[in-house]
Write a protein that binds this ligand. Sequence first.
Ligand code: LCS
Length: 400
Amino acid sequence: MSDKKFTNLETKAIHAGRVGDPSFGSLATPIHQTSTFVFDNVQQGANRFAGEEAGYIYSRLGNPTVRELEQRMAALENTEDAAAFGSGMGAVSATLLANLQKGDHLVASAALYGCTFALINHKFAQFGIEVTFVDITNAEEVEAAIQENTKLIYFETPINPNLVCVNMAEISRVAKKHNLLTVMDNTFMSPVLQQPSNYGMNLIIHSATKYLNGHGDVIAGIVCGGAEQIENIKLTTLKDMGAVMSPNDAWLITRGLKTLSVRVERHCDNAEKVADFLDNHSGIKQVYYPGLKHHPANHLVGTQMKRAGGVIAFEVDGSFDDAVRFMNNLKMCRIAVSLGDAETLIQHPASMTHSPYTPEERAAAGISETLIRISVGLEHVDDIIEDLEQALKVIQIKAA
Ligand code: LCS
């Protein structure tokens, strides 16, 4: 049973890579909440450290509950293996530092999740790693930024927070031509909507905090990729920098994955209706959602990405103070960062998730100061729209 290769994502999300419970046969794989594993004798311990005998040693080096999640995610992303981390940023930093060293250069999207930008822009200089930030949607600009010491290309699609989408086939073509590694953050889509390995992406990162777990109660990350790449990350920046995932968090995410497909489809159903509502509302100036016909990447929906996802960005037709009053008047939607949870979450990137950027850097990255981002939740869509509508009335009263 556990060796069977499943092809359908919904089935993989429940059964693939199962570690199970050989002792008692429990359906749910147990939470192996242990720091260390007991050896039968000294020789066995030495053999395990030498890699001459399979078996667990110490939970920073591997844990069966965490392993089940890694195997399941590798199956969902169609990669050979995966490595789990204590946060999305743990996965981002470990993946990049395992593949870059002093004197290397990377090409990165100018618009990225704020802490990823902070890591690459502020911290990497200290290690002698150079970066060129580009408009990642422009393949010519990406190619022009490549230098002799360039090792990899880093980006997200859709981009957090402005929902700009990147054509992965184009990035892959440039990367292959110059023999570069591609590292892509798939947090906004999850493997339900987009499988970057089909487009030649080498390493696929998730903040598992978001859709993978889906219940807003865990901070975690994961990277999926080729076996050699994952082994390198595990033996270097995971093992020695140590941002490991706890067995309890792995168990929660594995539970979340069982409903991933159902949840993501409903997030999309709701977001499509909310995007339409916002797009047709006189109090809204602009809506950024790839599912809308006027979005520049609408052609990628139904091809690269199955559906447009659950996150929408927009600008109200008014001043920044109007936008703040609108958000403060919401009664059900919660003002909070993060995304992919059951609750509808709304936030202001310039002052929150993208505050590590300076205003000039945000302008260069196409992140407007008045942009609002909403992660559409799993409540009844009528209740979400009703809440937005009553809060938008505040701005309209002023405009009248
Ligand atoms: N990558 C993306 C695309 C993200 O959106 C985030 C977090 C991370 C990586 C880092 O993951 P973490 O360490 O938080 O698990 N994004 C957040 C956001 O948009 N609001 O709050 C956190």
